[in-house]
Design a protein around this ligand. Structure first.
Ligand SMILES: [Zn+2]
Ligand SMILES: [Zn+2]
Length: 306
């Protein structure tokens, strides 16, 4: 699409900020809009009909109703309801980015979708999960405590009490493991995920009415299977990062020739681009986790998901 056509799509400059109630009222009273020509080009099939849309003065464009209804649904748990404050972060002919505090949404102007985005400002990637509200790129930028805590919240959501086979967490476990391996915290991340996703076998053993022995064995088996899967993901990612780096960033030894346990293993105590913990200037994973925890309780909450 050329610049001129694109310019026509944005009828007015969007308002800076408004409430959810104002936005819904604005669309309810806005004139119904005809389907846009470029949207028809995307869907040339005759059976396709565009979603009902209205002109929104606040968003400065024609906006499909399903996108707004989904947005209202996603924000419905907010304590202030219709008074939830929103602002337009960016707008072009394809989508309008609306922010609500740290949360960011892309309203699809052609298909009427509402996609929640990574919490990092200006990032257009979708977030992984409600509990891990970043994309895989920006997950690595988090402090270790926030990263591990987000993983625990997400793994706990996949926990099925008394059903270890169904508790096994799925995506985004791999993305979380890769991010943790990049900052030398693979082992910590794997244990955090496994312990949050399954019943605690020790607790099962010590109940007043002991859990069925089979359940304890099946839980242990499922946890070990998950540990193996996460370990394999970590090993592959560590190997990939080591190959990409080539040589230790500090002492310039060739990483691919190292055969000591730390460098070759899935869970080295140093970042994969360093030959050993002695060369990596980063503090240990445990120290970084504790420092992040300290900041979380006392410092600014900008990067905190909860
Ligand atoms: Zn991102
Ligand atoms: Zn080195």
């Amino acid at each position: 699409m050329d610049q001129e056509t694109s310019g026509d799509m944005i009828a007015t400059m969007p308002a800076v900020s408004f409430t959810l109630g104002e936005l819904l009222a604005d669309v309810a009273t806005g004139s119904e809009a005809v389907p846009r020509a470029w949207a028809d080009q995307w869907h040339p099939s005759e059976e396709w009909s565009p979603p009902p849309s209205s002109v929104s003065a606040l968003l400065g464009t024609v906006v499909p109703h399903p996108a707004l209804l989904t947005l209202a649904g996603k924000l419905s748990a907010s304590a202030v309801g219709m008074d939830t404050g929103l602002r337009v972060e960016a707008a072009d002919s394809h989508e309008v980015l609306v922010a609500c505090g740290e949360r960011r949404f892309a309203l699809g102007l052609a298909d009427g979708t509402c996609t929640e985005l990574c919490r990092r400002a200006d990032c257009r990637s979708r977030m992984m999960e409600a509990e891990v509200p970043w994309c895989s790129t920006h997950l690595i930028d988090l402090d270790l405590y926030s990263m591990v805590t987000a993983a625990q919240f997400w793994a706990r959501a996949s926990h099925r009490h008394g059903d270890p086979e169904r508790s096994s967490p799925d995506w985004p476990a791999e993305e979380l493991m890769k991010a943790a391996v990049a900052v030398a915290a693979g082992e910590m991340m794997a244990e955090a995920i496994v312990m949050a996703a399954f019943d605690d076998p020790h607790e099962l053993e010590q109940r007043d009415v002991p859990a069925e022995y089979g359940l304890i064995l099946r839980t242990r088996h499922a946890m070990d299977r998950e540990r193996l899967r996460l370990w394999e993901t970590a090993r592959e990612e560590a190997e990939r990062l080591r190959e990409a780096a080539g040589a230790c960033q500090a002492c310039h030894r060739q990483l691919c020739w190292l055969d000591d346990g730390f460098a070759a293993g899935a869970y080295p105590q140093a970042r994969p681009e360093y030959c050993s913990a002695a060369c990596d200037p980063l503090p240990t994973a445990r120290e970084r986790y504790l420092a992040g925890q300290q900041n979380w309780y006392t410092g600014p909450r900008e990067d905190s998901p909860f």
